[in-house]
Each structure stands twice: as C-alpha cells, then as structure tokens.
Write a protein that binds this ligand. Sequence first.
Ligand code: MSP
Length: 669
Amino acid sequence: MITFAKQKFYVTTPIYYLNSYPHIGHAYTTIAADILARWKKSRGYDVFFLTGSDEHGLKLQRAAEERGWPTKKFMDYMANHFKQLWKELNIEYDKFIRTTSKDHKERVQKLIEKLKQTREIYKNTYEGLYCVGCEAYLTEKELEAGLCPYHQKKPEYMKEESYFFKLSKYQDKLLKLYKDKPDFIQPKARKNEIINRVKEGLNDLSITRTSFSWGIPFPGNDKHVLYVWFDALPNYITALGWPGEKFKKYWPADVHLMSKEINWFHSVIWPAQLTAAGIKPPKKVFIHGWLTIDGKKMSKTIGNVLNPSDIAAKYTADSLRYAIMREIPFGTDGDFSEKKLAERHNRELANDLGNLLSRALTLIEKNCNGKIPSPDKLQMPEKDLIADCNRAIDRSDEKMELLEYHHALDEIWKLVNAANRYVDQMKPWTLKGKRLDTVLYQLADSLRVICALVYPFIPSTAEELAKQLGIKVPNQKSLKPHQLKAGTKIKKGKPLFPKVEYKEEEKIVYQGDFSMLDIRVGKVVESEPIKEAKKLLKLKVDLGKLGERQLVAGLKEHYSHEKLKGKLIAVLVNLKPAKLRGNLSQGMLLAAQDDRGVVEVLDLKKSKPGDKITVDGLELPPKKEITYEEFSTVRLVVEKRYATWSGKPLKTKYEQIKLTKAKDKARIL
Ligand code: MSP
C-alpha cells in the first residue's frame, strides 16, 4: 500500500512582549492563528502552531525593575498569565516559546556564529535615536513632531559601540523576493508600503547593545547583548529545534500573522537574516488590521482596553472568537464593541445555531425514540439542502485559503440559515412516517456538517453540539453529506448559548491594574488650610515605617482642617511627588466623590499607620513610582458602601473600608 505523507502547515503569532498583561489585540491574532491551525488540522494537514513570549530588551528589564522583582521572576509571572489566557480562550498551540529558554538562547547564538562566519556582521559605533516602546531604531524622518509615531514619546538618544548586520546588502535580494513571490506580504497595501521603503535604500542594522544586560550575550564578546528583534525573530526556527528534524519538516513557515507595526521586522529584517544564514524565507507574512474599541484607539486612559478574560467570562470564549472574526474583515482595521458582540451572540449563535440544534433534537427525541432515523427517498428540499452543505464545505475552505475568515463564516452561516429555513418549510411537526424520518435525518446530518465547519471557530461549542448529536466532531477532510449513521443515539443537553442581555450600564469596563498602587494607612498629625488656595489643605501624615510626609489635598470646601486631625486615612504613597501652589505633596489622600458632589475621605478605624491597603489575590508588588495618569486608570469605586476594586473590597489586615456618605458607584480618587 502506498501511503502519502500529510501535507504540513506551520502558522505563527508574534511572540508577545511581557511588559504588561495581555489584551484583546493580542487575543485577536492568537485566535486567528488557532482557528487557522484547527481548520488545517481538520482538513488533514500536519499542523504546527507556535506562539510565545518575547522576554528580552530594555523595555522588559525596566518593567521588572519598576516592580522591584528579579527580571526572570517577572517574566515567569507574565508568561503564565498569557498561557492562562490562551487556555481560557480555547487556544490549542503546539508550542509556547520563551526567548529566555536555554534552547532558544543557544540556537540564536549558533545562528549568530553562522552570520559571523559568512562575514555578515561587523563592529562599529551606533549613534542615533531609539524608541524603547517599539524596541526600534528610528530616523529623524520617521518621527512625527519629534515623537515616535506609535508611542507618541520622544525617542532616547544613544551612542554606543555595536555590532552591525549588513542589511544594506539585501536591498536587491529583498525586492526580488517580493517580485518572485507576489503573495509573500499580504494584503497588497502592506506589501506596497514595504516595497516603497526598501526602494529608498536600507541601512545596516545595529544588532547589539552594551548599555544594559538583559539579553542574549553576543557570541565572542559578552560585553554586548543582542538587539531584542535579532533575538526574537529567530524564535520561529529555534522553536522547531533548528537545524533538526522538526525544522526540516515544518520550515518554511506557511504564514506569520501580525499587525502592521511589526511588518517591517518580518518582511525585511527577518528574510534578510535568514538569507544571510542560508535559510529559506517564510512563505507568507500576513498583516491583519488594528482593533479599535467602540470606535476609539485602545487606551488605558480612555479606559476602553478590553480584557479578553472578562468577555469570555460573560459571553463564553467561543462567542468572542466568533464575533471578532465575523465582525472584522481580516486584513483591515476594524472596530470591536461589546454591544455588537452581544447582538451576534444572541442572534447568530443562540438563535440561528443553538435553536436549530435544540429544535432538531427535540423532534428526534419525541418522534424517533431519541435515535437518528433512516432516511427514505429524497425529495427536492433535501437535495437542495445537500447542495447547500456541499457548497459550504467547498466555499468556506476557499475563503480560509485566502484568510478571509469573515467570508468563510458567511458561507457557513448560509448553510445554518438554509437548515433553519428547511425546518420552517418542512414543518416536521405536521409530518409522519417515512417522510418525517427523512426530514429529521436530513436536518441532523446538516447539523453534523455544520459542526465540522464551525469547529475551528467555536471548538467547545462544536464539541458540545457533537455530543448532543451522539457523534464525535467530524473532520473536514472527506466531509460529505449523508454520512451520519442512522440509529445513532442522541443526547439532548443544555442550550449551546444561553442568551445574555446587554445593558449599557453593565458593560464591561477596564478596571486597571490595582497591583501597581501602593496605598497605606496614614494618621493625620497636622492639618492646616493653605491661605492663598480656595480648595487646598496641607496635612502632615504619619505613615509608620515610611515616616512622616506632607500631603496637599483639595478638601477645604468639604472638611474643616480640625476635623481631619487624628484621623486614619488612605494614602497613595507611590505617586510621583508634585508641587501644588508651591507646596510639595508626597502622595495623595484618597477620597470618594459622587455625582452629587459629596466628598468623603476613606476613613479607617482599626488599622495602624503604615499598614498596607490591598485587595485579595494580588501577586505583583506595587510599582516604585506612578504618575497621576496611571493612577486614574485604576477604577476604585464605592460598592455597597465599601471601597472596592473590580468587585473586591479594599482592606488592611484589620478591616475593610466602609463609607457612610458617598453614594454607591462613587469614584475614589
Ligand atoms: N515582541 C514583538 C513581536 C516579536 S515577533 C518576533 C511585539 N510584541 S507585542 O506584544 O507588542 O505584540 C504585537 C502584536 O500584538 C501585533 O503585531 C498584533 O499581532 C497584536 N496586537 C496588539 N495590539 C493590537 C491591536 N490593537 N489590534 C490588533 N492587533 C494588535 O510586537
């Protein structure tokens, strides 16, 4: 017997920076990669799906320093956070690569050795601008009003000894690659941007740094660590154990997924780095769009950064996966909103799909003893529905081949709608005998086809659907109508998607990161009005081990200064000190403020000066210093008379903080 090796398929996400928690932008790419991986597996491919974390460089070293944790400990914590989220979102990767792993480091060094041997690397001095947010060298030309266009921050000036990679040599080779492989960069608009920039000429790339140490040592000179991108890009081959067997099997990658801000690194630096080492470039770099939320750029200050865990908890992970891919054409920027997700959840998932299954199973239970009946002679409506099944099987795959996820879903939903129309037309409850059996068989069999097609998008749901139909999720490879075995016992269960009522006032909002705050109990030892200011009081506060500090608080109109003396209050102690009307404030007193203008100081009774005020479940230590903007991203609110964050009470070892005057939902600032 001749056996054919399965065709391979290798898909990757960017490896995400671990400076902060994952958000819906990271989830978007990873969901897309997971759907594609599952799709290809289901079509019979031997798939490898890689994701992971990018853990070196100055940005990450600083993120750990801010918390006072050893860098590696911080990375372990954040990497686990990403892994946990991927589990919650039904992401089934084959490998999660970490750039701090021994394997990765050794293989990157080996790659560099190879580039050194081929004389692609030389030593010189780098002088210029660097944006730590992007981890990228910038030229004056790339700035907008002197700022990095992505981070709106002034780049840092640097001058240091550095090793360089001869990127300039690759201009013609790269232009040839884009010409010979017209699909190498997709969509087209993104390809044209790159071609235009490459045509302008390429500078050699500084690939090592000496001013910090959090990176992979440069082989042969460990005063230098590798530039983070030169260490990160090779993850796509080190994860396969380059140059071993797995690498030989899966490389070149079939597609690298990402959004546009990192296109340059993947479409220019990466193929040049590979070519220099004698390795084939990947087959495709696909650039999807940027997500905005409710029409606005995601921003912690606006408070519209959506946490994918919160969405999954309220609507299910599958709803999120479905809605985000259905809503936004892959490859263009798009808007995501909870309201639209809720509409799709209720209409397309709960009604169109969920009700279809429950109608079919109820009828089979009632009329066929809970077993799939045998079909008899097929009439026109069955033949039509079979044609719809075949069309959906073929067309959805054509669309997925083009990474048009939303069109693939359109094709699948045409079948879901056709099956619903079939029930409405046939009115099985009016039928009897063989005709009834045929209609119910046809319905159940169409659900089997739907199950196979929706599985990559909504895997948990497809598994539940299959279970209720009494089957396993079928593969799409050789999927055909009329393969459902008559006599199969069904098992009607819970609805696939319970409806969720969407209310604007209960919308998911960004809660911020409480863990960055350092809030302590302070005892007011002195208090006096600031004469020349209408609103300000000056306080001296005993903070236990932290000593005494002066605070300026805008309380004059709400509290008499005598009344504050002796009180135990809550003080944000890691706020960057500021001068207010010439008076230094070394922290901030916290008070609730409601919509009637009532202001109430957080008042403690049983705690001691210096005691920490926290919430349960925090792991990260506070940041050393935060700005007021950072503080105001954290939503502290009064809930049922208590000071809370994210539904959890603020507390010391001895008490929770109760309020008596401020209304529920009052913000604490
Ligand atoms: N560490 C680099 C990638 C190295 S790959 C060798 C990096 N990390 S990142 O954490 O900043 O992730 C960027 C990627 O996250 C984007 O390319 C995109 O895939 C995803 N997204 C992050 N925010 C996004 C949106 N607002 N919208 C869509 N996707 C975005 O860059």
